[in-house]
Write a protein that binds this ligand. Sequence first.
Ligand SMILES: Cc1cc2nc3c(=O)[nH]c(=O)nc-3n(C[C@H](O)[C@H](O)[C@H](O)COP(=O)(O)O)c2cc1C
Length: 297
Amino acid sequence: MTDLLDISYPIIQGGMQWVGRAELASAVSNAGGLGILTALTQPDPDALRAEIARCRAMTDKPFGVNLTILPTTSPPPYKDYLDAALDSGIRVIETAGRSPREFIARIKDAGGVIVHKCTAVRHAVSAERAGVDAISIDGFEAAGHPGEDDIGGLILFAAALMLGAEGINMGTRFCATQEAPIHDNIKQAMVDASERDTNLIFRPFRNTGRVLKNGVSDEVIRIERRPGGAEFEDVRPLVSGARGKAALTSGKIDDGLVWASQVMGLIEDIPSCQELIDRIVRDCRKAIDIGQAAFSG
Ligand SMILES: Cc1cc2nc3c(=O)[nH]c(=O)nc-3n(C[C@H](O)[C@H](O)[C@H](O)COP(=O)(O)O)c2cc1C
């Protein structure tokens, strides 16, 4: 990332409407990160040219321009903003909002680098296929537009350690192991499920639960959301512990509640606990090594 963007540290200041102006972008770039001017904060492409010139007077380090492409009935002249940035010698373009596909050739022809910011792995993969150089992903915790999937960005062990935790607590991942005493169908359902396949139930009763999206949890949500609201009594027969336990034992996925988290999106196999723990430790060591290398440059 530091080589690609020609910066000292892999820290990007994302585009921010009304905030991403020369004062901030130059300060971030001067501090070793990548500052970014937000194109649409400027009233027109000429004003963006002037803002780029102002920023350049405040830093001799590289900075980028954010192009936020939002669904709107009267779209701003994105192409003209982009031309203003590229003609002014800006190399890094942060795109966001929707697929940057139609702008990629123009940016590449100008020798530019595209960092596309999105909110879902599937969007990241299609942007990569379309030819962007880097992806940044905003999780559900991010400001701005966090997408429609409500997926948190932090489910990685090394990340937890780097943030100062001394260990991790895992549940769902251990369900999908050889030794977990539940039916193979349930384990396989966790392998097949993506991070979008959970439901939050019991919210109206202030006792929110995250469970696998299945016939029962969909039905609970339908009842909870019906006009006039619902009482716990209305869903009690669906959500009994006995039904959930029976589903885990019989492997009939839709027979009861199966508690499971968004980490299912990262579960792709059913290893033994030994294999799993060895792998987590190995992946964690590797991630920390890579992280340290990135910051020691
Ligand atoms: C005040 C503000 C305005 C923002 N405006 C935009 C924007 O216009 N375009 C964009 O792509 N992202 C926008 N964002 C999102 C940020 O670039 C960044 O992706 C996000 O804030 C990262 O998550 P964080 O807030 O947890 O750091 C905005 C964020 C903030 C705080």
